[in-house]
Design a binder for this molecule. Structure first.
Ligand code: C2E
Ligand code: CA
Ligand code: CA
Length: 553
């Protein structure tokens, strides 16, 4: 018997097939398009038999017309060999002519030649157990899928809590649950009597209204945002938080559940990335931005595959605050593509971080920065070179080991290599971070905490992890110029003072004017960085600055 026959005739199939009434299983010989279906699938969906040829066509007829495109796309990817995993939720018509929601998961097994041979999977019914969310008692997102959007007009408001993960991590899950319940209650109170409030996953909610316009939804969002942002309206123990939102109306923004939800999520994502704290209604601009993101993702993936072609490091000098001599530089990532113009660092770095590609690019950054550091140290002596590492990267022990190994290979003096941890506010696992920091510091590397002052949570980190340098965020630094801003001044003064006592050196970022320079020098900051001295520049230009430094120009 061939491998495929073996699987089709397998007794295990029988055992699994009888395991649960709510789970349907199937297995398919992909080359012959010959498949076997569990008895309950045959019975509940009226398939013409347990063993079927070309069952796909039969099954397709049962899939809800609105869901067919998504289903086909996913299944095609498996049959054409582009993917080995099938994962999809859709509605299928049972023998009572009712559409039931199924969650379908499948995988492809390749034969000896690496060609797709067997496709096996299961479908789970998503019905009653999913109707109400146990925490907030609101209807779940699954329930919304049954809503008939073809009948009336109406609007949807999608709401999410900004930085909910952090709220959960800082306050604990019980606290997170309390926040969700609070928001759910206030949403139900603020929404109209006929509106329906759903809770999707995590911190995401949807308000569905038949009679509200986009403008009404915007007002509802503002009302809720006000409630969540005001400490005084809170029950004991909940701190204020902010929301972002997306809005669509039908029929103009989509004809069915899927189209509407896609456009709604794009609007919400757009708000989160570009208009945090606001709700954004769906428009052409949102589709453009979504498509630009997709194009960027593809172009970035291509660059990475092509040996990081298009990526480059720029260097921004860092000066000693007393002598104003260049003591080193920060390496900053740039990316150019012939296909897409003017991509700002924050734009492509956000994408790299959100899809995990920052791991590969981060290694390239690290190795390129080390190479430059080794070269400059040889030529100019005591030059510090720092590079940025996000929290995600530093949590990866492989990255840490690779850094140590690459440094050894490059022959660089690691005591003049500095790792800057960006987004230190996201730190969730302080113990592991500390461990990696200690390992690197033990090898002689310098560690800097970046963007200090952007988040109140970062203050705690000063006590919890050991570091060499603290970089004071440019927003904080520039804010010093604002009239009557004595609070920030007092905070920076005490932070710098504390650092001095802990032997941590400080860098003021964003020094753009002499006035700021004088201010931070008076406070006693150790190093200066900013446009007043230089923007980040390509390698050759930074080298010129080092040469000028040598001759004392
Ligand atoms: P950052 O680490 O805070 O880098 C400093 C940013 O401030 C740089 O922006 C720099 O050009 C800018 N800057 C420096 N001086 C001044 C000034 O006087 N005024 C103003 N307005 N801006 C100044 P850039 O290069 O756009 O980088 C943005 C952020 O992207 C960086 O912020 C860092 O968080 C991230 N980043 C850059 N390179 C990398 C990298 O290789 N890996 C990772 N993970 N993140 C990186
Ligand atoms: Ca930095
Ligand atoms: Ca910074």
């Amino acid at each position: 018997m061939s491998m495929v026959d073996n699987i089709l005739k397998n007794e295990l199939f029988e055992a699994f097939a009888n395991a649960s009434a709510n789970i349907y299983i199937y297995v398919c010989d992909m080359k012959k398009d010959y498949s076997r279906w569990s008895q309950n699938t045959v019975k509940d969906f009226g398939m013409s038999g347990e063993y079927l040829e070309n069952a796909g066509a039969q099954w397709m007829e049962k899939v809800h017309p609105d869901d067919r495109a998504a289903y086909l796309e996913d299944i095609d990817a498996c049959f054409s060999g582009r993917s080995t995993r099938h994962s999809c939720q859709y509605r299928a018509k049972n023998i009572y002519n009712e559409y039931v929601w199924l969650e379908c998961k499948g995988s492809v097994i390749n034969d000896e030649n690496g060609e797709p041979a067997v496709f096996a999977g299961l479908m789970m019914r998503l019905d009653n157990q999913n109707k109400y969310d146990p925490l907030t008692h609101l209807l779940t997102g699954f329930e919304m899928q049954n809503y008939d959007f073809s009948r009336q007009t109406g609007s949807l408001l999608f709401l999410g809590i900004n930085d909910f993960r952090k709220i959960n991590n800082v306050g604990g899950y019980q606290y997170g649950d309390k926040v969700l319940k609070f928001l759910a209650e206030r949403l139900v109170q603020a929404a109209g009597k006929k509106d329906i409030v759903y809770r999707l996953q995590g911190d995401e909610f949807i308000v569905l209204s038949q009679d509200k316009t986009r403008e009404d939804m915007l007002r509802l969002f503002e009302t809720i945002s006000d409630i969540c942002g005001k400490r005084s309206t809170f029950p004991e123990g909940i701190r204020n938080f902010t929301l972002s939102g997306g809005i669509v109306s039908w029929p103009e923004d989509g004809a069915n559940y899927r189209e509407l939800l896609d456009n709604l999520s794009h609007s919400y994502e757009y708000a989160r990335e570009n208009r945090r704290g606001q709700a954004v209604a769906f428009s052409d601009q949102i589709i453009e931005s979504y498509e630009r993101n997709l194009r960027l993702q593809n172009a970035l993936a291509e660059s990475i595959k092509n040996d990081f072609c298009g990526f480059e490091l720029y260097f921004q000098p860092i000066l000693d605050s007393g002598t104003r001599r260049i003591i080193g530089c920060e390496s900053l990532l740039r990316w150019k593509s012939a296909k897409i113009q003017d991509v700002a660092p924050y734009e492509f770095i956000r994408i790299l971080e959100s899809n995990g590609q920052i791991r590969d690019v981060g290694i390239w950054v690290m190795e390129t920065a080390l190479r430059h550091a080794a070269k400059w140290q040889k030529r100019f002596g005591d030059i510090y070179v720092s590079f940025n590492v996000s929290y995600l990267q530093l949590m990866d022990s492989e990255f840490v080991e690779r850094l140590i190994e690459s440094a050894k290979r490059s022959g660089v003096d690691v005591s003049r290599v500095m790792v800057e941890l960006t987004e230190s506010c996201q730190v969730e696992d302080i113990a592991l971070l500390s461990q990696h920091f200690d390992r690197l510091r033990g090898m002689g590397f310098k560690i800097a905490m970046d963007d200090f002052g952007t988040e109140y949570a970062t203050f705690g980190i000063l006590h919890d992890v050991s570091m060499d340098v603290l970089k004071i965020d440019q927003k904080f630094v520039r804010g010093l110029l604002r009239e009557g801003n004595i609070t920030d001044l007092a905070i920076i003064e005490s932070v710098v003072d504390m650092c001095r006592r802990l032997s941590i050196q400080t860098v003021a970022e964003g020094v753009e004017t002499e006035e700021i320079q004088n201010m931070v020098q008076n406070i006693g900051v150790s190093y200066l960085q900013g446009f007043l001295y230089s923007r980040p520049v390509p390698e050759a230009e930074f080298e010129r600055m080092l040469i000028e430094r040598e001759i004392g120009a």
